[in-house]
Design a protein around this ligand. Sequence first.
Ligand SMILES: [Zn+2]
Length: 100
Amino acid sequence: MATDYDDVRPEVADTRNASLEALKSANAPDARSVVSELEETDTAEGIELPGADLSGEELTVVVVPRMEDEFICQSCFLVRHRSQIAEVRDGLAYCIECEG
Ligand SMILES: [Zn+2]
């Protein structure tokens, strides 16, 4: 009886270790293959279609200058309406709050 218990314990331990090793060795390749597939899909579709459109829109938004009836105060650097220009020195405008 005692011999049987001694035999079972190592077998259980070996089975657990073997299953863990099997999971590790099996998971690594699967995860890598899945990641590589996702990256390939994102790269192929992302750059060609939506990527170009988004970058164009972003550039347009950045390039669009401020409204002609607005100015940037060179003291507080806030965009303000022309009616709030208090003084212009060397082509640089200052708002009434900074100059007032
Ligand atoms: Zn100001």
